[in-house]
Design a binder for this molecule. Structure first.
Ligand SMILES: *Cc1c(COP(=O)(O)O)cnc(C)c1O
Length: 339
């Protein structure tokens, strides 16, 4: 099977496993795991921040950020397609006791004027707007991304209005290989940054939350209460370090393959529309009477796995284990499906 359901499906390769085998480990709840400490220091440095904390998932890093940046009865502003709203089981309400103020952006991206219009005035009967969350790249937005120039005015507004700004950067590096912008410049615009190492970067497990020392000290307490304090997890952190050192530049290949899939799909009679392909995600609608379910079934018979993102919407994500050979096979099978 050629698995394009997500870039989370990658298998740790031989060299990555050797790194994991050889990792120095300790008890991270006591702060004594050298591999985790090294990963946290590396990522804090990359983004020009003071500290970082290693977590089992990107859901946890996002949830911790929301919890630390807010008080119950506050409110978070984000796009309606955001992962924190769509795919984290309403954790903002459960973990942080906050409301959510959804903006209808364009392909998952929101603008400074939309954010400004969404900020609530202070009255007893309204939640207090406290946090803005941007997602880069935007998953349900079809892999669209923000440039720094688009983020800067939002950063400025947040400063003026005393709002915190968090980046859900699950796939940030898929954007940065396109824009050639630096992690330091990204870090300067956000109070906190969440990065997934288990997506396109190819580590088996792990996300890192980055911020200033006070924020990360509180984040460590919240990680513990969520049950995310792990012991000799340096085995996992070693895979993440390997991923950062070896798998960032090659994300460009994933983005190119995704674009090629999009270019072919848009010409196929069974495709209604393809969201603009900007990174490694291809989000497209199949044409009735085909549905996402019937189309996925046909794909599966061809040995290709994709996920469904709505009644007509199918998602394919390219990744480290999607080789050029597999890519050519998928392209020719997709083309043959029109006959
Ligand atoms: C995958 C993802 C996350 C985190 O997901 P986990 O599966 O919990 O690691 C967060 N935000 C976005 C945009 C994602 O795509």
């Amino acid at each position: 099977m050629i698995n394009l359901m997500s870039d989370t499906v990658t298998q740790p390769g031989k060299t990555m496993r050797e790194y994991m085998m050889n990792a120095e480990v300790g008890d991270d709840v006591f702060g004594q795991d050298p591999s985790i400490n090294a990963l946290e220091a590396k990522m804090a440095n990359m983004f020009g921040k003071e500290a970082a904390v290693f977590c089992p998932s990107g859901t946890m890093t996002n949830q911790i950020a929301i919890k630390v940046h807010t008080q119950p009865l506050d409110e978070v502003i984000c796009d309606h397609l955001s992962h924190i709203y769509q795919y984290e089981t309403a954790g903002y309400a459960y973990n942080a006791g906050v409301g959510i103020n959804l903006i209808e952006g364009t392909n998952g991206k929101i603008t400074v004027s939309q954010v400004e219009a969404a900020i609530k005035p202070v009255f007893d009967w309204l939640p207090i707007t406290k946090l803005v969350v941007l997602e880069n790249t935007c998953n349900k937005g079809g892999g669209s991304y923000y440039t720094l120039d688009e983020i800067r005015p939002i950063h400025q507004l947040c400063r003026e209005k005393n709002l915190k700004l968090h980046l859900d950067g699950a796939r940030l590096f898929n954007a940065l290989v396109e824009t050639s912008e630096s992690t330091i410049d990204v870090g300067a615009l956000f109070d906190s940054v969440s990065i997934c190492l288990s997506k396109g970067l190819g580590a088996p497990v792990g996300s890192v939350l980055i911020g200033d020392s006070d924020f990360i000290n509180q984040a460590r307490r919240v990680r513990k209460v969520m049950g995310g304090g792990m012991r000799q997890a340096g085995i996992l952190a070693a895979a993440c370090i390997y991923a950062l050192d070896n798998n960032i530049d090659r994300l460009k290949e994933d983005n190119i393959k995704a674009k090629e899939l999009g270019n072919l799909l848009i010409k196929m009679p069974y495709v209604e529309m393809v969201r603009p392909v900007k990174s490694n995600i291809v989000l497209f609608d199949v044409r009735a009477p085909e549905t996402a379910a019937t189309f996925r079934e046909k794909l599966e018979q061809q040995g290709i796995l994709a996920s469904s993102f709505g009644p007509q919407t199918v998602r394919m994500v390219t990744h480290l284990d999607y080789s050029e050979d597999k890519h050519q096979e998928v392209l020719s099978k997709l083309e043959a499906m029109s006959h």
